[in-house]
Design a protein around this ligand. Structure first.
Ligand code: FAD
Length: 336
């Protein structure tokens, strides 16, 4: 079935959240979506559903969202595909966005696929570039993604159906603040708990659970230079004091000192915190690939020629085992 594409307008970004925090990729997509909206001469809008989501409006306006569509309901406290899908569909069918961008996270991939099926439209997964085709009357969205094992780049577009949907992996675009006034649009959606097939009985966290490092503004990362598994505690202590989390290089994972879920880099997670402290990390290109766009990078390394100093905002030449506890002590005293 084709849609009357002229009925659709605006660029919408799905705001993923967990435990009251917005997933960073949603902010990255707001920045990219804002550029697309400028190209199209339309608005950039955020949309989400959840138990308490109106609180996100301040942060969303900081990142340029002109409108925020949302549904609040306790049934939406934990992610379940069906109630999320139905309430998001309600918003989409009512307001008819032209483009929908969703982070390619576990949740994002799940919800994007089910929404696209219900909306009878196309979805391009894991897009690495998004542009507008100014040559087409409808100004279609050009969605580029690697294909054939990364050997070819395919440009995909969705000329006859709307919305045009795309998922984008975290870290592909940068999140840049661009404050605007935000208009909040609250919608009501009725749920019948007994019609939802899945029930969440308990949320159990295990050590191997994927830690979403990109949720954090402060990351204390350790490399082989921390010397032994027990010294992970030094990273944890400083992270706790500064309200952040800890991460490691691949070497540390390979040594068995930390789980893969904490690895930053090319084959780990990509992060953009406000502060990234790299302790005992040499600065191999594969590590930098996951953290080089952090706002402030502090490197602690015994070797003054370590490549990490080339990208560091501040460098400390010295023994991380000695310096980490001193930083923890210093900030604990300051923040008392
Ligand atoms: P090292 O390179 O061994 O560096 C240790 C550093 O600690 C040195 O600079 C040393 O001077 C310093 N040091 C030693 N003792 C102290 C001390 N007491 N105090 C302060 N400094 C000290 N790596 C990643 O991190 N993430 C990835 O995702 C990743 N993906 C990869 C993918 C591929 C295909 C390949 C080939 C490699 C990948 N790597 C990745 C590995 C990467 O190339 C490096 O080997 C790795 O990042 C090095 O880890 P490191 O800095 O902890 O260890």
């Amino acid at each position: 079935m084709t849609h009357n594409i002229r009925e659709y307008k605006d660029v919408w970004v799905f705001i993923e959240h967990d435990n009251g925090r917005i997933e960073h990729v949603s902010l990255e997509l707001l920045t990219k979506g804002r550029q697309l909206a400028k190209d199209l001469g339309c608005k950039i809008c955020a949309f989400t559903v959840g138990d308490k989501v109106e609180i996100f409006s301040n942060k969303l306006s900081e990142y340029g969202a002109e409108k925020f569509y949302f549904v609040e309901n306790p049934v939406l406290k934990e992610y379940r595909t069906e109630p999320y899908r139905d309430s998001l569909l309600y918003l989409i069918e009512k307001y008819k966005p032209e483009i929908i961008l969703i982070g390619a996270t576990t949740l994002g991939r799940d919800i994007a696929a089910t929404l696209a099926t219900k909306l009878d439209t196309g979805l391009t997964a894991d897009t690495t570039a998004l542009d507008i085709d100014f040559e087409s009357d409808a100004k279609n969205l050009l969605m580029t993604r690697p294909t054939f094992g990364g050997n070819l780049m395919a440009v995909i577009y969705c000329p006859d159906n709307r919305p045009q949907m795309s998922t984008v992996r975290p870290g592909v675009f940068q999140a840049i603040k661009d404050p605007v006034n935000i208009e909040k649009i609250r919608e009501e959606f009725e749920f019948f708990e007994d019609k939802i097939p899945k029930k969440i009985l308990e949320r159990v966290k295990t050590e191997s659970d994927k830690v979403n490092l990109s949720f954090y503004d402060v990351i204390i990362a350790g490399g082989r230079g921390i010397g032994k598994k027990e010294n992970i505690k030094l990273l944890e202590d400083l992270a706790r004091t500064l309200g952040g989390t800890w991460a490691v290089s691949r070497k540390v994972v390979q040594m068995g000192w930390a789980p893969y879920s904490r690895q930053v880099g090319q084959t780990g997670q990509t992060v953009h915190p406000k502060i990234y402290i790299a302790a005992g990390i040499s600065g191999a290109i594969q590590h930098l690939a996951g953290m080089k766009s952090s706002e402030i990078i502090v490197a602690i390394n015994k070797d003054p020629h370590a490549p990490i100093f080339d990208i560091a905002t501040y460098g400390i030449v010295g023994d991380a085992i000695e310096i980490l506890p001193r930083l923890t002590q210093f900030f604990s005293d300051k923040l008392k």
